[in-house]
Design a protein around this ligand. Sequence first.
Ligand code: GAL
Length: 420
Amino acid sequence: MLKKSKLLAGAMLAAFSLAIPAHAADVKEVQMLHWWTSGGEAAALATLKDYLAKEGYTWKDVPIAGGGGSAAMTTLKAMVAAGNPPTASQILGYYALDYAKAGKLNNLNELATKEHWADVIPKALQKFAVTDGNWDAVPVNIHSVNWLWINKAVMDKIGATEPKNFDEFIAMLDKAKKAGVIPLALGGQPWQEATMFDSVVMSTGGPDFYKKAFVDLDPAALKSDTMKKAFDNLAKLRDYVDPNYAGRDWNLATAMVIKGDALVQVMGDWAKGEFSVAKKTAGTDFMCYRFPGTDGSVIYNADMFAMFQVPADRRGAQLALADATMSPAVQSAFNVIKGSVPARMDVPDTAFDLCGKKGIADVKKADAAGTFVGSMAQNYAQPPAVATAYTDVVTKFFHGQIKTSDAAVTELVKAIDAAK
Ligand code: GAL
């Protein structure tokens, strides 16, 4: 009798499980939208995929090529509008706040509290990952844009040393020109020119000026002589690019430096990821210096994963992604390859090369000194509309459509006013 009822219970259980629709079980897949399509970027992302694979999650990649992410943001907008958001998307600064305020993101507070995220992530970043007290995005790194990436053999050949200010930088570029090497490897795309201009403005005016102009949008600063001087300095850099610079992808510009076809690239530290996958060593094959005149300041952008509202059966995978991203192991492994600094301040610098160690120390120092400031070009100083207006003016000036620095500052004030 007992045997019979056990059998019956078993049969009922089997029938019951069969009756559960497939979607009631957790979908063990992470769908992620990102623009990490270069060699270094893909290698860094692989560390996160591998970590999740070990936890039983598959990865559905949604790569949208285009440095700086504007193409990716267009695709994301369409997916969200269609009610089909990814589990998570790579995102920068004010874009995350926009989705959070529109009620499109999921709340991660339980995990954040359990893992004490608030104690280890810099406050400056929490401003973009937390909205109305709710964690809804997870920072994987801290990049900074005010760097020079230099081919060491070329630098030695032309007899140059680290430039400490803008004039010394120009002198170094002149030496390369005389030696018949392309001085400045530039990808002439709007976002790259604007990213470089962030550094030029910091170098020309210093951190207080940068903050007044780009964080406070103080009209007096935006149209000041200092800003004019920054445009003059940007114009000087035009003399050192090769004729084919327009439209070039950032990683192809990095490759020019890696190969020794060019001396230097001004780029965020994602460039270091390309040196790493090319098996080049910091200090021997290449040098990383702060953009001349910006030592002590860090113009940051941080890659975050915005966690979208997904169906309940995908929530587990989303939390697994958030947990993996914040794990000290991933934060170290990912950023060693990516060229960035861990978003968690408690991750040791042991596994990092000399550029990585410098990056980590610089972030801590700048954060303490009040010189850790958001990149205007990378959507960490202003919302996308203002950042786009800025990028437009910078690129028009660089390509000669706006002819003088006087006109550039007038256009800048006008464009920013219209975008605010
Ligand atoms: C930035 C992003 C970096 C890097 C770069 C080039 O916007 O924050 O992670 O990938 O674009 O694609």
